[in-house]
Design a protein around this ligand. Structure first.
Ligand code: SAM
Length: 195
């Protein structure tokens, strides 16, 4: 297993470099229509890298984050409300969030199906989901997938089309953008027209 609890300093300073500029632009564009002071939930937030990108475009939002590793959470920026928890069992009531974001973390979750059910539970009716992930069928993505399997991680990597189908099965409309061996998912529950 990757010892995330001891790697906060590493992800705090090098984590942002793993995100392509276009993926960050997409995130900004995607969160622009959210109402003022909407609630954002960052799953597997680590040190809060993806929340920090979102904050640069929408500093009015309420930022909430969960991660099981306190050694990662302790590096979160002060405007993020952190909870030590797993994505499979979210400590929140139903329909409390307008947006869920997940950066480089879905493949670490033990049970992505349960996590998606939890996301649907905590999202409002027209809630949005943004995911940034690695494609296990493309160049560097293949090696990261292999390395994580060897490290004993869940390595639940999905090809973009497979994740799209999975999310559609839970009632999301889904738009995928490829960034070479990485990709982003923009999804919205019921009645989405403006991804
Ligand atoms: C590669 S880090 C990504 C952190 C951050 N999202 C970023 O973009 O830098 C993966 C994170 O997933 C977290 N994680 C692992 N299993 C988890 C689970 N079941 N639920 C929530 N987070 C989990 C780890 O503790 C770690 O902080």
């Amino acid at each position: 297993m990757i010892p995330f609890n001891h790697l906060g300093w590493f992800f705090k300073y090098l984590g942002p470099t793993a995100y392509p500029r276009d993926a960050i632009k997409e995130l900004c564009h995607f969160i622009r229509p959210l109402p003022q002071q909407a609630s954002l939930l960052d799953l597997g937030s680590g040190t809060g890298v993806l929340s920090e990108f979102a904050y640069k475009c929408r500093d009015d939002l309420r930022f909430v984050a969960i991660d099981p590793s306190e050694g990662m959470l302790k590096f979160s920026p002060p405007y993020v409300e952190t909870h030590t928890a797993r994505a499979e069992q979210l400590p929140f009531d139903e329909a409390g969030f307008e947006l869920v974001i997940i950066g480089e973390a879905l493949h670490h979750f033990q049970d992505p199906d349960i996590v998606i059910q939890e996301i649907v539970r905590v999202l409002k009716d027209d809630g949005r989901l943004f995911i940034y992930e690695f494609d296990p069928s493309r160049s560097l993505g293949k090696y990261i997938c292999l390395a994580e399997k060897m490290a004993g991680e869940p390595a639940n990597f999905f090809k973009p089309k497979v994740l799209k189908n999975m999310l559609e099965g839970y009632g999301f409309s889904v738009d995928i953008t490829l960034h070479g061996w990485r990709y982003t998912v923009k999804a919205q529950l019921t009645g989405a027209t403006d991804l």
